[in-house]
Design a protein around this ligand. Structure first.
Ligand code: PEP
Ligand code: MN
Length: 364
């Protein structure tokens, strides 16, 4: 059920409707839009008993939502969600493309800084890197853990890029929330519902990667889990699905980008690195991702891919990332997008640990 407020409904009226919904035993999610605010109702076991909701001041109408996903849907919010990072010009879902780049895993201070310097210079606004790695083999490198997160925080201080890193379980989520700017939920965890709910209680944005065999609906429902807990700063990431194709690691399903954008207001970016598994296919698929309308890219880059502890085969050399950015800058205007510099307004160091509480990324 969706309560659509009148265009000029006051904040008090919206608040009163939310209180009424909560008093009926449901959860209210107010989503302000450019034209009007809609309030999603969740937490109902069956049909919502609307009581006298439609007679409350400021209420325009009540709409039954038949789709399984509600908060991710354009029914509740017509305009695209734009995730902002106060202290920088970086956004995700706006006109400017969000470019995330960095190594698959954080391996050492020296490695992270060598890569970070190059991707920042090339124009990435976000630095990626895994401190906790979900590896197919228990004998493969599992990540540096908190030490890796500390290195990433130093990268943020030094280069002004916001940092994105994966939480693989509840334990790592506590630490990732403490250090990072965006929590990554990996493909293998897209249907780990308790982890998605935990991410929904985090105060920072969450990127949900598509599971290797997830349908569009399952993908959107994973984001719905996060939003249902009250975290509306969610972005999606297509990272390739498993098909019978054997010339690439996965098949990048670019058609999911317009499919998501039709149904949902959430931003969606593409990961051609996990998507193809092959360095020589990353740049072509990046070009195609931007052309198809993705809101950004997440790219693996390593200064010495041959020595990488994970995913060296799909990691670009820094020079190749430079070239990729040059090409993206040419394609972006054709699809009405821009590529902005890192754009930090003031020294990040001054933001300190108040980042989460006082500078939450905001949603338009
Ligand atoms: C990664 O980003 O390195 C990664 C492990 O991604 P995915 O969850 O898409 O496999
Ligand atoms: Mn990887």
């Amino acid at each position: 059920m969706l309560v659509v407020m009148k265009a000029h409904a006051s904040e008090d009226q919206v608040r009163a409707v939310c209180q009424k919904i909560e008093s009926l035993g449901y959860r209210a999610h107010a989503m302000p839009g450019a034209e009007r605010t809609a309030i999603g109702i969740t937490g109902n076991k069956g049909v919502v008993e609307p009581g006298t909701l439609d007679e409350m001041p400021g209420v325009q109408e009540l709409i039954a939502v038949s789709k399984p996903y509600k908060l991710v849907s354009r029914d509740i919010k017509l305009e695209n969600t734009v995730i902002r990072f106060p202290g920088t010009d970086a956004t995700i879902g706006g006109k400017a493309l969000a470019i995330m780049a960095g190594p698959c895993s954080i391996e050492s201070h020296e490695q992270a800084f060598a890569v970070a310097e190059r991707v920042a210079q090339a124009g990435a606004q976000f630095f990626r890197g895994g401190a906790y790695k979900p590896r197919t083999s228990p004998y493969s490198f599992q990540g540096l853990g908190e030490e890796g997160l500390r290195i990433m925080a130093e990268v943020r201080d030094q280069f002004g890029m916001r940092i994105i890193t994966e939480a693989i379980d509840h334990e790592s989520m506590d630490l990732v929330e403490k250090y990072a700017d965006i929590i990554q939920i990996g493909a293998r965890n897209m249907q780990n519902y308790s982890l998605l709910k935990r991410a929904g209680r985090a105060k920072i944005p969450v990127m949900v990667k598509r599971g290797m065999s997830a349908t569009l609906e399952e993908f959107l429902m994973a984001a719905e889990y996060v939003m249902s807990e009250g975290n509306y700063q969610v972005l999606l990431c297509e990272r390739g699905i498993r098909t019978f194709t054997d010339h690439t690691r996965n098949t990048v399903d670019l058609s999911v980008v317009p499919a998501v954008q039709r149904l949902s207001h959430l931003p969606i970016i593409v990961d051609p690195s996990q998507g193809t598994g092959k360095r020589n296919k990353v740049t072509p698929l990046s070009r195609a991702s931007i052309a198809v309308g993705a809101d950004g890219l997440i790219i693996e880059v390593h200064h010495q891919p041959d020595k990488a502890l994970s995913d060296g085969m799909q990691s670009l050399f820094p020079d190749q990332f430079d070239e990729l950015m040059t090409q993206i800058r040419q394609i972006a205007p054709v699809v009405g997008r821009t590529v902005e510099p890192t754009g930090t307004h003031f020294p990040i160091a001054t933001m300190g640990s108040a980042r989460n509480e006082n500078h939450p990324a905001s949603m338009r």
